[in-house]
Design a protein. Structure first.
Length: 136
């Protein structure tokens, strides 16, 4: 499948329209190929992330693919990112690693209404730090 996709892209990158102008779609695909994209897969079981630390080079475009077994809200501190995650779903997180530093990942679990004291309450637990993305 990957070979077919690569051949398809290569064929489309060389296509031209009737006016002889470069195909805009082909140019956009070439830009995507030229980018340095690193995919990292993590699993979150309960409140533990495997691997606990992801290290990437500064300037890399990173895609973090997250698998989990619980409903929670995942936050990346200092990166303005928050997403709901749940069992059976796969979350793909694009991460811009243009600034060096440590970006901590935190989980917030929903509090059941019977524990929150109100059926209308939408509350989340205190944050649990589960891992770090290190940009060098």
């Amino acid at each position: 499948m990957a070979l077919f996709f690569g051949i398809f892209i290569a064929l489309n990158l060389s296509s031209r329209d009737d006016n002889g102008d470069d195909d805009e779609l082909g140019a956009a695909l070439q830009d995507m190929i030229d980018q340095d994209i690193q995919e990292v897969q993590v699993s979150i079981f309960g409140s533990v992330m495997y691997p606990a630390q992801i290290t990437v080079e500064r300037g890399t475009n990173v895609t973090v693919v997250i698998y989990t077994d619980r409903n929670a809200v995942l936050k990346i501190l200092n990166h303005e990112f928050e997403v709901e995650i749940g069992p059976g779903s796969i979350v793909t997180l694009p991460f811009d690693a243009s600034i060096a530093g440590n970006y901590h990942l935190e989980l917030h679990f929903p509090i059941p209404p019977e524990q929150a004291g109100s059926e209308a309450a939408i509350l989340l637990s205190e944050p649990i730090r589960i891992g770090t993305i290190v940009v060098q």
